[in-house]
Design a protein around this ligand. Structure first.
Ligand code: G6P
Length: 356
């Protein structure tokens, strides 16, 4: 059955593997043969086109997916978009624009912090949309509109395929509300193929994880722009299951403090997929390497150099997070296995947090 581990030792590995299939399923569900978006109610599109600002509210990995989705709404619909952590927004509601539109991103649809915000926003009468994996969950029932992630059951505590599905659905939604300067359906088909290519190189990530992280107590993920957005998710994946204290942040911030933490052998994972800032990130990598860091560079094909640790296939730059996150998921997985820990059930964590 769908909730069976089958041949897999852990659900997480199964769910990482399923990401290419999920990407294809979503394309088939949301696009017709002509490449037009379907299955998004015109009422949703009209309400979003009428909005002067989009607010994405979420927790954990879903919040991190929102940081990526934000770019799609801003670039393709020209609507200013903010991303908020639900447990913060619930008690410190920011000053809202005149015509806000709210998107709740969630795997489970049950996160109490996000439910609290949805309650508050509904009372204020603003339009709401939930994008969730579990349809008929509280957040999908209580919002004005809902869209499915269609990722299939996600059981491992560390979220993987729900993150990539959230990025894909926000991209499709932004394309439906506005327009993309390229053929999104085609490009997502290419992404699905390339996801599989990366997933098939597990041994590479196993050896990166074992060589960079053995006996290490801390690590960093850095990048700029969309790579900074992926860096925070990559860091969360690694820390939540392997217990290696990992920070993910904007590479330009290194020099404002964090660089003082670099010692001989400190693992620094650098994500390098955005052409505009690639030169700057190369400089930052050189600075940490000069201070003894063990740098692991994950770079897009067009920006890669000979000694980089992993070269990502080339797809549209805005869609690169769908590829970049996979090495991070697999590095987290293998670092955790190497430590003899239970990948699917990290201590102190729950799959869905239904208390505030
Ligand atoms: C928990 C899970 C995370 C998840 C977060 C938000 O903390 O362990 O993996 O990202 O909740 O959950 P949601 O279901 O709203 O996406």
């Amino acid at each position: 059955s769908e909730t069976d581990k089958g041949i897999y030792p852990y659900y997480m590995l199964k769910e990482v593997d399923e990401q290419a299939i999920v990407a294809r399923t979503l394309s088939q569900y949301y696009f017709d043969d002509e490449g037009q978006v379907q299955n998004i109610a015109p009422e949703i599109i009209e309400a979003m086109q009428a909005a002067d600002r989009i607010y994405i509210v979420a927790a954990g990995t879903s919040y991190h997916a929102g940081l990526v989705g934000q770019r799609y709404f801003e670039q393709w619909t020209q609507t200013p978009t903010e991303v908020h952590i639900s447990s913060e927004f619930a008690y410190e509601q920011p000053l809202l624009s005149k015509k806000p539109f709210f998107i709740f991103l969630s795997q489970s649809g049950e996160t109490a912090d996000s439910r609290e915000v949805l309650d508050n926003i509904t009372k204020q009468g603003y339009p709401t949309l939930t994008i969730a994996n579990v349809m008929n969950s509280t957040l999908t029932r209580e919002a004005d509109f809902a869209l499915p992630l269609l990722a299939g059951p996600e059981i491992a505590v560390a979220s993987t395929k729900a993150y990539t599905a959230q990025i894909i659905v926000t991209a499709i939604l932004a394309a439906a509300v506005g327009h993309t300067p390229f053929d999104l359906k085609n490009e997502l088909a290419k992404v699905a193929v390339e996801m599989q290519v990366i997933i098939d190189q597990k041994d590479t990530f196993k050896s990166i994880a074992e060589s960079a992280l053995k006996h290490r107590r801390s690590a960093f993920y850095i990048g700029r722009g969309l790579d900074a957005a992926v860096a925070v998710e990559a860091a969360l994946k690694l820390k939540e299951i392997s217990y290696v204290q990992t920070e993910g942040f904007a590479a330009g911030e290194l020099k404002h403090g964090t660089i003082s933490l670099i010692e001989e052998g400190t693992p620094i994972f650098a994500l390098l997929t955005q052409a505009k800032t690639a030169g700057l990130v190369r400089g930052e990598i050189a600075q940490v390497a000069a201070r003894g860091a063990n740098t692991v560079i994950i770079a897009a094909k067009t920006l890669a150099k000979k000694d980089d640790s992993f070269v990502l296939p080339g797809v549209n730059e805005l869609l690169m997070p769908l590829l970049t996150v996979i090495p991070a998921q697999l590095i987290a997985y293998y670092a955790t296995l190497d430590r003899g820990l239970d990948v699917d059930r990290p201590r102190n964590l729950a799959k869905s947090v239904t208390v505030q």
